[in-house]
Write a protein that binds this ligand. Structure first.
Ligand code: XIL
Length: 622
């Protein structure tokens, strides 16, 4: 259904024109949106988000909805009453919604033989007070730049402003999209809202579908007023300025024809202990004005260091500058892992991660959090390895304390990392890694981790993350069997993370694409979570051995980045793209630096390598 949607989307002309302006008002104090976060054969999980679009605080809320077939089996972060129709009211801590802010609560439904429904939300706060806003721009916007505008919305997925955008739907109307009902976006701009978070379908897109599909429901005066508008009613000046900078980047980017390879850039990263033991990256690429994030409709992320680690981004203006130009998501490379954040049973040390997450939020960068459970010996706190008490209860406390601490501040989690055994693992049990978690709980540690994480943070996307699963081989099959089992058992999983620490010649692009496609076909999101592309393949004795980054190695690496990104776009429908994160910003930061290797997009002077242009070309379909 989503790929059909995207094909049709491509056929719908973008109607955002040069020099647009729109203003209108309508009665409501909040946008109330219903979204489905995960669906399997018998059930689904979802969330209702209430965004205060007025200028006054909402103090206490009550909303309602009714299904045709589905029925609620559990809910969280709300007081739920009724048995279809349902009424939800706030609980103690989420009754007050400040202007521009959002509150979400979650639930699970039994589909009872139907599809996952998206009912209309009723309630006085979902239609009561007048709000109005306007957007004006004199910027000449090319059609190529329109995609930048949409991509800019993903910059602030975690921000209040953007959640207003995401949930800005027309009350009283729905879109009949080939048999399924979705909310209709307030905006008339094709594709708006849907691609960023599946919360709604733009009215113009929906209305252009053949009968009997299209916009259904009453409220024609609002409809006609909106139909004459070309932009979102809730775009703020903050969004507008990021839009303009994205447009500027995109326009410049499109004029860059090719990489220019230069030589002999000296290696130096101030105060980098790693850099001093890593030989120079010698090939750079002239890409001024290029912006990866401006070329993508999904998050473009980078792993960074912070806290007590060397090379903290918080102390590096160079890193910040690269981050802001190219990336709109970050992942903590280490400081949100178990041993850092939960060093002893009674100690949770959030300060370093909080500082990083706050930095991201203050700068409109979303956070993909990594990782709630990981077997790696030195990452498992010693108290867990030797735990003699109630292991599941202890693990639940870990998952829920960490996930709830960051709830509302991160957009997604790697819930379980690397639980599936390697093909060569002789100590594997039933295809799973023989970790302390598996030994204590069997595969239920994975089920429970997702269930606990979902209870603690019902809004964030929850991923299973692993490496060597992009190989389209036996390990991939074991991963697919795991996610099929999770879905069959009703476990709330949203997506699969492919780490993608790949070699220059392995796995093949065909196998990578097939692996992505297999997950996408299951309706799950696909995220490349830790991408790096080494230039050396030390496992292949006939492969070339590079002791420095030569122009030839850099060119091969650039093409490999291009092909991986292109395969991702081919295999994963737009609505299921969780994004692409590179595992570090510059070569000396890479965990492969000492091999030696040069796997990342920037050299040790933070100069773009040809790899960056390859990534960009993959994004722009070149
Ligand atoms: C790595 C970090 O990059 C290193 O700095 C650290 O010493 C070890 O962990 N798979 C993962 C990541 O999920 O957490 C790992 O990160 C790389 C492999």
């Amino acid at each position: 259904m989503q790929s059909v949607f995207m094909k049709k989307m491509l056929g719908v002309a973008m109607i955002l024109g040069a020099g647009f302006s729109a203003q209108y008002s309508f009665a409501q104090s909040a946008n109330c949106s219903y979204s489905i976060s995960n669906e399997w054969s018998t059930g689904a999980t979802g969330a209702i988000t209430i965004t205060n679009t007025s200028t006054a605080a909402i103090n206490g809320w009550t909303i309602g909805w009714q299904y045709n077939t589905n029925r609620i089996t559990s809910s969280w972060n709300t007081n739920l009453s009724g048995s279809n129709p349902y009424t939800a009211t706030n609980i103690g801590w989420n009754g007050t919604i400040q202007p521009g802010q959002s509150v979400s609560f979650g639930f699970q439904v039994d589909k009872r033989g139907g599809s996952a429904e998206r009912p209309a939300i009723t309630g006085s706060i979902c239609g009561g007070v007048t709000s109005s806003s306007s957007v004006a721009s004199s910027t000449a916007v090319s059609s190529a730049a329109v995609s930048s505008i949409r991509s800019s919305s993903s910059i602030a997925v975690s921000s209040n402003v953007n959640s207003s955008l995401a949930s800005s739907v027309v009350s009283g109307q729905q879109c009949n999209w080939y048999g399924a009902l979705y909310p209709v976006c307030v905006t008339n701009q094709s594709g708006w809202g849907w691609e960023s978070n599946k919360s709604c379908i733009a009215r113009a897109t929906c209305a252009s579908q053949p009968a009997p599909y299209g916009v259904v429901g009453a409220n024609s005066s609002l409809t006609s007023s909106i139909a004459s508008s070309a932009v979102s009613s809730v775009a703020s000046s903050r969004i507008a300025s990021s839009v303009i900078s994205s447009i500027a980047s995109s326009v410049v980017a499109s004029s860059i024809a090719s990489s220019i390879i230069s030589s002999s850039v000296p290696s130096s990263v101030a105060s980098s202990s790693i850099a001093s033991s890593h030989s120079s990256s010698s090939v750079t690429s002239s890409v001024s004005g290029l912006s990866l994030k401006a070329l993508a409709d999904f998050p473009i992320g980078v792993a960074v260091r912070a806290g007590s680690e060397a090379n903290s981004i918080l102390a590096s203006s160079q890193q910040k500058s690269v981050l802001f130009q190219h990336f709109d998501q970050l992942t903590a490379e280490n400081i949100m892992k178990m041993s850092y954040i939960h060093p002893s049973e009674t100690t949770f040390s959030f300060a370093n991660a909080d500082a990083l997450v706050d930095f991201a939020r203050q700068n409109g960068v979303s956070v993909h959090a990594h990782a709630l459970i990981w077997h790696e010996d030195y990452q498992v706190p010693s108290f867990m390895k030797n735990y003699s008490g109630d292991f599941p209860a202890m693990l639940k406390t870990h998952v829920q304390t960490v996930a709830s601490h960051f709830s509302g501040k991160v957009v997604s989690w790697d819930v379980v990392n690397e639980a599936i055994a390697e093909n060569s693992d002789t100590s594997a049990v039933n295809g799973f890694r023989n970790s302390v978690f598996y030994q204590k709980m069997g595969v239920s540690f994975i089920d429970q981790a997702f269930i606990w994480a979902n209870e603690a943070d019902p809004v964030a996307d929850l991923y299973y993350n692993d490496f060597n699963t992009e190989t389209n081989d036996a390990k991939t099959t074991r991963m697919l069997n795991l996610v099929d089992g999770l879905k069959t058992r009703g476990v709330p999983i949203d997506g699969v993370g492919f780490q993608m620490h790949v070699l220059p010649d392995w796995p093949s692009i065909a196998n990578i694409e097939a692996s992505f496609r297999a997950v996408a076909q299951r309706g799950l999101k696909v995220k490349i979570t830790e991408l790096d592309v080494r230039v050396n393949n030390k496992y292949n004795s006939s492969a070339p051995v590079y002791t420095s980054l030569t122009a030839a190695a850099a060119a091969t690496q650039s093409e490999r980045y291009r092909q991986i990104v292109a395969a991702y776009l081919r295999a994963v429908p737009a609505a299921q793209r969780g994004g692409i994160t590179v595992w570090g910003m510059w070569d000396a930061q890479s965990w492969f630096a000492q091999d030696p290797d040069w796997p990342l997009l920037f050299d040790n002077n933070f100069q773009a390598k040809p790899a960056l242009q390859g990534f960009a070309n993959g994004l722009s379909g070149q």
